[in-house]
Design a protein around this ligand. Sequence first.
Ligand SMILES: NC(=O)c1ccc[n+]([C@@H]2O[C@H](COP(=O)([O-])OP(=O)(O)OC[C@H]3O[C@@H](n4cnc5c(N)ncnc54)[C@H](OP(=O)(O)O)[C@@H]3O)[C@@H](O)[C@H]2O)c1
Length: 268
Amino acid sequence: MDFSGKAVVVTGASSGIGLETALAFSKMNARICLVARGKKKLSLAEKECAAAGAQKTLALACDVADYAQVKKACAAIKKGFGKVDVLVNNAGYGVYGAFQDSKIGDIKGMMRTNYFGTVYFTKEILPTMEGGSHIVNVGSMAGKLALTNYAGYCASKFAVSAFTESIRHELMKDGIAVHLICPTATKTHFFDNKSFAGHPHNENRGGMDEPSRIARWIVNSIERNVPETTSQRPKEKLALFLRANFPGIYGRIMQSRYVKRQLEKEGG
Ligand SMILES: NC(=O)c1ccc[n+]([C@@H]2O[C@H](COP(=O)([O-])OP(=O)(O)OC[C@H]3O[C@@H](n4cnc5c(N)ncnc54)[C@H](OP(=O)(O)O)[C@@H]3O)[C@@H](O)[C@H]2O)c1
């Protein structure tokens, strides 16, 4: 597919999966709008995109969890780009911990950023989209398989999965394709959150995916019109199958200490 000159908006574009995605589209000479909160990292990311070949760049400091800020940012996008061809809703974060010990503020925060951030951006950008446009939502395998000690994060990502599937059906008639990307553990700043201190992910980043791989999934989902991309690791495929067909067996397996440890280490 020729992305040259296409208007691509990426939220959470200042690091990790979002930055790699913005760079992938920049290399294909798209026009890129980068969204994140931190201005310093955003400005560095914008320079990287320009150097990589983006036809035009626009960097907007915006908290996706704040609808007023999203409205303002999207007005600037409309002014700068006119219509939008690709929206990648990627901004998000996770807080790890047992539900009993979790703060309600953290659970609300993840829902506001991961879920409502996706809803707000989609709502505001959709009127600028025409047939042939694409919305790509970065969910998670944690939005397909609910893991122990991730209740708030999983709930926010399951919400992203359901929202994505529902609007996919609705927007099909308008020729707008909606894709879901479900990464597993990926080598980004995600695990810098202090709740992950001492977590096996921080000792074993070796088995994680590179963010550039997930960026390729995103581009590929558009080029090949793939509705949903999930990890193809055998353990996760088996877990998805068991959850859908044998929930009782699946529950017992997920509660076994061995599986819990393995999933934490390997990013289930
Ligand atoms: N890494 C993984 O293992 C993994 C696995 C599955 C799914 N994911 C999902 O992948 C997405 C990208 O995360 P990542 O792994 O690339 O982590 P990351 O390196 O921490 O990147 C997160 C990006 O989102 C931005 N962001 C966070 N909160 C924001 C907010 N309220 N408003 C605007 N921007 C915000 C961050 O910039 P600022 O902080 O400056 O705003 C940053 O640019 C997330 O949705 C995450 O849930 C990650």
